[in-house]
Design a binder for this molecule. Structure first.
Ligand SMILES: [Zn+2]
Length: 89
């Protein structure tokens, strides 16, 4: 009979949460491309706090699939640093 291996713990829950929010943000950015949205509009789009969207962006930037660039928001027209898909130029 199979028994669970001793010493194994599932401690990936906070990390899994970050992965999920990062995936949500990544999907929204790719969906909006070639247009971009500021973090306020992007977080509203995915239904999370702006703080969480910015944290998720950090994860995506570290993975080197996204970068931050000074752009004009598609929704509010605000010029700011925004998350863009692709490698940094
Ligand atoms: Zn905006």
């Amino acid at each position: 009979m199979l028994t669970p291996a001793k010493g194994l713990t599932y401690d990936a829950v906070p990390h899994a949460h970050m992965v999920t929010t990062a995936e949500q943000v990544a999907r929204a950015v790719l969906q909006n491309s070639p247009f971009v949205r500021c973090f306020r509009c992007l977080s509203a789009q995915v239904g999370m706090l702006e703080k969480d969207a910015r944290e998720a962006a950090q994860v995506l930037i570290v993975r080197d699939q996204f970068f931050v660039d000074r752009r004009v928001c598609q929704v509010c027209g605000h010029t700011d640093e925004m998350l863009v898909s692709g490698k940094a130029p």
